[in-house]
Ligand binder design. Structure first.
Ligand code: C2G
Length: 129
């Protein structure tokens, strides 16, 4: 069983998120997504439009996602990788290099982001309407 793990906020779920999760799901048998809690987003300095429960519900409804777990700290990745027997840890390449230290536990890869879409850009588009 090849388990793939990723983390993110996934606010205002959009096709950039979908395309990442779709590609990640094709790398293994199951994809686990760590969804950032509201408290952890405060640590990251991110203000979400959608609260954790709604972001989690959307991820759980995504055909590419086998399981959603809460992400409430930077430090949990190592224990998650061990506890879920993760074969591949992957993020979009805006994080390239940030998690290479996990390479002693699992394969670490970064996939190209989808261009021309982001939660920030969607917020701006909504405000201009
Ligand atoms: N992403 C993407 N293409 C986009 C936008 C986002 O591939 N156009 C990817 C990001 O690279 C990331 C994932 O989608 O891998 C989730 O993006 P965010 O919700 O912005 O996640 P972030 O706030 O960066 O949180 O511990 C890691 C952090 O929790 C990551």
């Amino acid at each position: 069983m090849t388990t793939v793990l990723t983390y993110g906020t996934f606010d205002l779920f959009h096709h950039g998120h979908v395309r990442l999760l779709q590609r990640l799901s094709q790398l293994g048998d199951e994809l686990i997504v760590g969804c950032s809690t509201d408290a952890f987003n405060a640590v990251k300095g991110k203000r979400c439009v959608m609260p954790y429960g709604q972001r989690r519900e959307i991820l759980e409804a995504c055909r590419y996602v086998a399981r959603v777990i809460p992400e409430d700290s930077w430090a949990q990745k190592r224990s998650d990788i061990v506890n879920y027997n993760v074969s591949i840890f992957a993020m979009g390449d805006d994080w390239a290099g940030h998690f290479d230290d996990l390479g002693d536990l699992t394969r670490v890869i970064y996939l190209p982001r989808t261009q021309d879409v982001s939660t920030t850009e969607l917020k701006e588009r909504i405000q201009q309407r």
